[in-house]
Design a protein around this ligand. Structure first.
Ligand code: MG
Length: 370
């Protein structure tokens, strides 16, 4: 597989260089043909760990013209994240040997961008692996701090810190000015952008923030808003069986919080299966499609006849596509969370295939013959 990927990467490296200029240029479908688009889940469909699976590089290459321009509007609709969409687009381009634009990348936390106007100048905390504060800054949040840096501003807030032998990437002892500022500001909202790296510290510090109305060490107050990028209990990583996701962290935080606060934890999760995530994907695909059509001078807006969601997790990808309704059509692969022979019992997909390449072949056959 590695050899195939390398060969493929080499073959398309030329077109990658051309991709940015050619990205919008050409679209093979005439406006008389039914419009369609594809949303791909990533983990368990296109990759496991950091390795491509299910013929994913070949599958994605089928969505481009030979010279590297996009033939079919598609996006990545993943609950993963923790990095900026622009950075992820570069990683995905290298991994699959195709030219991916940042506008094609929709993370679980991407809908937070729509909350930027509400909290634009408010002091907010961003939680999770990667670069959660940089993600939120790029969305337009002007006063955001990562939980790593936030925690360092309070002496002894994590009593287990002396037992922890690891170092936190990019964090250093905060300046006295920053400490003074952070200790005087009430946190107005908390955003869990990606997986918590240190559950014991984050549950402690988030309970401190949420139970006091935003300032650790104080009396009980009303809870500031809490947003999760998604609520997936589990996901398919590199290990043979599923790993715990943000949903498992949420359950733990909620259980502790509800034991120490008179009111139950209030929160919302914005990623799949929330229909909002599918609405965003539809908007993204429509913009891609319109650019393609406009640049072909076809004019007009063609509404999608079908939008395909290809995923591996019935309770996230399939449930979400079903709740989003038409024009979504769900395709379940057997390369991740779902491994059954038939269909999922609780959230049956419109179609079940072995791999993502099978799914793309089916879609292209169907659409080209319609
Ligand atoms: Mg998945």
């Amino acid at each position: 597989m590695q050899r195939t990927v390398s060969k493929l990467s080499s073959a398309v490296s030329q077109r990658k260089n051309q991709a940015s200029s050619l990205f919008w240029r050409s679209f093979s479908h005439s406006s008389s043909r039914n419009a369609f688009g594809i949303a791909f889940d990533i983990d368990g469909v296109l990759i496991r760990g950091n390795s491509p699976i299910g013929g994913s590089p070949q599958a994605l290459n089928k969505l481009y013209h030979p010279e590297g321009s996009l033939k079919v509007p598609y996006c990545f609709l993943t609950n993963g994240g923790g990095v900026r969409e622009s950075k992820r687009a570069i990683e995905l381009s290298k991994l699959f040997g195709v030219g991916v634009s940042s506008s094609q990348v929709l993370h679980g936390h991407s809908p937070f961008k729509q909350l930027a106007h509400k909290f634009e100048n408010d002091f907010v905390v961003a939680v999770g692996k990667g670069e959660p504060a940089a993600v939120m800054s790029e969305y337009g949040f002007k006063d955001v701090i990562s939980i790593d840096d936030y925690t360092l501003c309070f002496d002894n807030i994590d009593p287990l810190a002396p037992q922890k032998k690891w170092t936190v990437n990019g964090s250093s002892e905060p300046s006295p000015e920053l400490k003074k500022y952070v200790r005087s500001q009430k946190v107005q909202a908390v955003f869990v952008v990606s997986d918590s790296v240190d559950w014991s510290r984050d549950i402690q510090v988030l309970c401190d923030i949420l139970r006091t109305g935003g300032l650790p060490g104080g009396e009980i107050g009303s809870q500031p808003p809490l947003y999760f990028a998604h609520d997936d209990l589990k996901y398919q990583g590199a290990f043979p069986t599923e790993r715990f996701g943000i949903g498992a962290f949420r359950i733990s935080l909620q259980s502790v919080f509800n034991s120490i606060h008179p009111h139950p934890l209030q929160y919302s999760a914005v990623g799949k299966p929330n229909p909002l995530a599918f609405k965003n994907a539809e908007t993204t695909l429509r913009k891609l499609y319109n650019h393609m059509i406009a640049n072909q001078d076809c004019g007009g807006i063609s509404p999608f006849e079908t939008l395909y969601m290809i995923g591996d997790n019935p309770s996230v990808d399939i449930k979400g596509a079903q709740e989003a309704g038409r024009p979504w059509f769900s395709i379940l692969t057997r390369t991740g969370v779902f491994r059954g022979k038939e269909n999922d019992q609780e959230y049956p997909a419109d179609m079940v295939v072995d791999t993502v390449e099978d799914a793309v072949d089916f879609i292209l056959d169907k659409e080209n013959s319609s």
